[in-house]
Design a protein around this ligand. Sequence first.
Ligand code: NAD
Ligand code: MG
Length: 419
Amino acid sequence: MASGAVLWFGEEMSAVPLRNNKAAASAVRSVTVLGATGSIGDSTMDLLRGARDRYRVEALTANSNVQALAGLAREFGARFAAIADPARLSELKDALAGTRIECGAGESAIIEAAARPADWVMAAVSGAAGLKPALAAVDRGATVALANKECLVCAGDFFMERAARAGACILPADSEHNALFQALSSGNREELERVIITASGGPFRTWAPADIEQATLEQALKHPNWSMGQKITIDSASMMNKGLEVIEASYLFALSPDEIDVLVHPQSIVHGMVEFSDRSVVAQLGTPDMRIPIAHCLGWPDRIVGPSVKLDLAKIGQLTFEAPDYGRFPGLRLAYEALRTGNGATTVFNAANEIAVAAFIAGKIRFGAIARLVEATIDDWLRSGNLAPLDSADEAISVDHNARNRAAALLPQIALKAT
Ligand code: NAD
Ligand code: MG
């Protein structure tokens, strides 16, 4: 097994390194950022900007923003830049004229970027579109900082098994999972009682059901604490994000649904906690700034100096907690159900949610219909008797594809249905 892939709580098939695995970090690490122009990409580039002597950029990718991608590639002297939109290759070539930066376009170019030999890869594409590129990095045994939770939820156990087989090392970049990653090393698997991931509750935490149902895009995009990309911000408002994160925690750390709890914590200071058998609860705290968990992944196995503001608890004064409301936020219930069902149900959950969020952004459905479309798609999929374990990326992608079609087919009737 490569140095990155260590035993997780004594289980052999695991790719999340936890204990006693301080591999020596080389002086200059090569890094690739998939989704460099997004919110996580921006935070990652900011950290790299502050440590130019320690990191060399191998490849950067983006979906369609050629100018932003070319600007970053020039600034960091990247060796390769890839744009997902195949129609923009000549624009990218023009934007990189006079440099020695190689470039490519289309999905294959994004995969090529991930496959190039960088020590560390940030997987920060949004949605299941990030699955194939993340797997390309995993397959060559890279250290992968995983922000792209949808690709893990889509591919399930299979993703982690493939990472373990390749000797890849998966570092959780999502703030809650990074918190668990840091806290879990305080004990053993046998000593673990449960993990708790916190949720801000989003902008509709205190809203009445009828108001949540009618919430506008503008209201859904006003997250109280975090500044993030559009899809995850809407997922936070519906608490689908927390549902995705429960599933993410289960796959990342090989935990059963009963071992994962969610706690609403409006201040977003405590990100995750681990309870052990002696009733010790170990938590990770920090200001709501994604550069903190990303810095942890970037420095790992060491810690680097981060640019985020220091946590000032005296100034914050109060940290409050409340139980999640599964009635007003059915997405969380649906996520637990999908996780318990297994066999591709989480793939369907994610695919239907991606279709629902896109439909909400396009003004085709009400906010409240997001969860209804996800539930209807899962029910439809279960009725058709398609329960089978996912054994390959192709199977995950095929279930994802079929579920998107089913969700799109169900969309008109969900859009019409009054609550
Ligand atoms: P974003 O929308 O701001 O950025 C997404 C990036 O992926 C952009 O660079 C975009 O160009 C690229 N991209 C989008 N679609 C693509 C496609 N089809 N092919 C190739 N590239 C594509 O999103 P974000 O907020 O940075 O989130 C990225 C991922 O990280 C998501 O999975 C999200 O759930 C997760 N995450 C984000 C945050 C956060 O604070 N933003 C926190 C935790 C986890
Ligand atoms: Mg999170």
